[in-house]
Design a protein around this ligand. Sequence first.
Ligand code: ADP
Length: 199
Amino acid sequence: MNIIGLTGGIGSGKSTIVRQFGDHGVHWVDADDVAREVVEPGMPALAAIADHFGQDILTPEGALDRARLRHIIFEQPEQRAWLESLLHPIIREELIRQLHPADYTLPYVLLVSPLLLETDQHKLVDKVLVVDVPVDIQIARTMARDTNSREQVERIIAAQMPREQRIAKAHAIVDNSQPTEKVAAEVRALHEKFMVDFG
Ligand code: ADP
């Protein structure tokens, strides 16, 4: 299976564009969704976390208390390391499983991840597709979507890979500063190219 990693900064349009690929029947996996799924109630990773940190790490409903966990690993780097060494292989295995759906006939799938290039998730992919917009558009769209302050959004962007660096690693780029119809036409053309390249 050919795996294309789809990445871009916050608010660049990853979710929007991956749905457009989905309209052409392309299967995709969202790395953030998988990271949440593996710690849902009933999953072995959540039981391991509760064994390690104590039952207080769970909400009364038995879900992971993310705020509490964030606080602990922010204060204690060795606990962050423990958590990462638990979750990293579990997430990786689940990503690989979901990236190979049964009865799938197209020659490629997409892995959507905001941190594809910042983490070793890029090792799972054959090509990198970057969704690109100028930073001012990125800020305006994220503020409109999340009702975050400009300062909050700028802080998140500053913690991510700079635009030029990300573009330098791209095999293909979608310019998402254009109106949605234009972008959809670009996505269709890319899909047709991938079907030929990987077919
Ligand atoms: P990401 O998944 O990269 O964080 P989203 O796909 O959620 O980004 O897009 C961020 C916001 O911008 C959303 O509210 C989305 O509807 C909007 N958006 C995405 N693409 C466009 C576009 N081409 N024109 C206008 N608005 C867009």
